[in-house]
Design a protein around this ligand. Structure first.
Ligand SMILES: [Zn+2]
Length: 112
């Protein structure tokens, strides 16, 4: 193995060679077939995307930890306007995920 082994990010707990997107080969293929690969973004995110996505994740984590929404701009050093943008992005993403889940359920039913 040329590269040090990784722990697969899919949650399977297995370690091995990074095939793509920090997934092991079997897991990559399983998600590829299931149409759920979008959950695991490519490692080479653009410079524009990566920091912003990280802040949106931070926002979501703070919410999940129970930090009141109105305190989050201060905690992250962002404006209220930016908070609204993050929330808009998360709403779009939520609709997208729901759509994909519904679509992949249909695909599974069709295959069954
Ligand atoms: Zn895995």
């Amino acid at each position: 193995m040329n590269h040090p082994p990784i722990t697969c990010i899919c949650g399977c707990g297995n370690t091995g060679e990074n095939w793509r997107r920090r997934l092991l080969k079997a897991c990559y293929q399983r998600h590829l077939r299931a149409g759920t690969l979008h959950q695991f973004p490519r490692a080479n995110r653009s410079r524009w995307y990566a920091p912003r996505a990280g802040r949106i994740e931070d926002y979501f984590d703070l919410l999940r930890f129970g930090v009141p929404r109105q305190h989050i701009p201060d905690r992250l050093g962002i404006t209220n306007r930016t908070l609204h943008r993050y929330e808009r992005d998360l709403r779009v993403l939520a609709h997208y995920v729901i759509h994909l889940a519904a679509t992949s359920q249909h695909a599974e039913q069709a295959a069954a």
